[in-house]
Each structure stands twice: as structure tokens, then as C-alpha cells.
Design a protein around this ligand. Structure first.
Ligand code: 5GP
Length: 139
């Protein structure tokens, strides 16, 4: 399977579609998931083109993992979550729905079940804007 640049995250990275951005540098973009599994669900997206972990350049992976850690810590702090799940899916059979590599940062709250992966409702824009700001401030 080859990388298809018309995927939705490719469009967001090129500025063709909007996003609730948390952080951006030369190598990665962090944004809120608009169909979150929990309050504060964010996505860390390396800018280097790959479908997923399987075809990614190891150097790009090495560069992004420290950012995954930073965002996981910031999301937990900013939301007051009790834990944080980091998830990443490779190909449709494994649950992947957008075919540009990304890492899910999903705050987890005691006693609150996570929503469905890629199947929940769209979050309120004002809430996503506020969460993006709070997570950015905790980075
Ligand atoms: P995957 O299934 O590929 O691991 O995850 C894709 C994620 O992207 C899902 O959690 C889904 O909610 C999210 N998503 C789908 N479309 C959009 C979009 O247009 N904007 C944002 N911010 N997230 C999206």
C-alpha cells in the first residue's frame, strides 16, 4: 500500500482544511480529534509522509516520540485526567481510518468509559478550542 496524499490529515497539514491546533513545528502537528473518545483526545501527526508506523522512516519516528510523550503529559495535566492512553493503528484491519501516520493521545478518567474509536459524535468547536489552548499551555 502506498501513501495517498489526498487523505484528510494530508489536507490539514497542507492547510487545505482547518484544525484545532495545539502545537506545530517543522516536523509535526498536534491537533484535537474532532470525534474524541474522551475529553482532551489529541492527535500527534508527523509531517513526513507515511501511511502508518509500518512504512515510516525510523528517523521520523525517533523525532516524534518525544513529542508524543510531551503531549501525553500535557493532556493529562491540562484535563486533570487520571491516566492517558496512547494508541496507534496500522491498516484498516487494525482499525485505522485515516491513512497518514498519527498517534492518539486519549486522556482517561476514572469511572468514565472511553467513547468508540472513530465512531463517536463530533465535539463542540468552542470546547475543542478551549482544550487546545489548555493543552498548549501545559506543553
Ligand atoms: P485512525 O482510525 O486512523 O487511527 O484515527 C483517525 C482519527 O481521526 C479518528 O479518531 C477520528 O475521530 C479523527 N478524525 C477523522 N476526521 C477528522 C478530521 O477531519 N479532523 C480531526 N481533527 N480529526 C478527524
Amino acid at each position: 500500500m502506498t501513501y495517498d496524499p489526498t487523505n484528510i490529515f494530508g489536507k490539514i497539514l497542507r492547510g487545505e482544511l482547518p484544525a484545532h491546533k495545539v502545537y506545530e513545528d517543522d516536523t509535526a502537528l498536534v491537533m484535537m480529534d474532532i470525534f474524541p473518545q474522551s475529553r482532551g483526545h489529541a492527535l500527534v501527526i508527523p509531517k513526513a509522509a507515511s501511511r502508518n508506523l509500518l512504512d515510516a522512516d525510523p528517523a521520523a519516528l525517533a523525532a516524534v516520540i518525544p513529542l508524543v510523550q510531551r503531549v501525553a503529559k500535557a493532556a493529562k495535566t491540562a484535563t486533570g485526567a487520571d491516566g492517558v492512553r496512547v494508541a496507534q493503528f496500522n491498516e484498516a484491519a487494525a482499525g485505522q481510518t485515516v491513512f497518514h501516520l498519527h498517534f492518539h493521545i486519549i486522556p482517561v478518567y476514572d469511572g468514565i468509559a472511553l467513547g468508540t474509536h472513530a465512531g463517536g459524535g463530533r465535539a463542540d468547536d468552542a470546547e475543542l478550542i478551549a482544550l487546545a489552548k489548555d493543552i498548549a499551555a501545559a506543553l
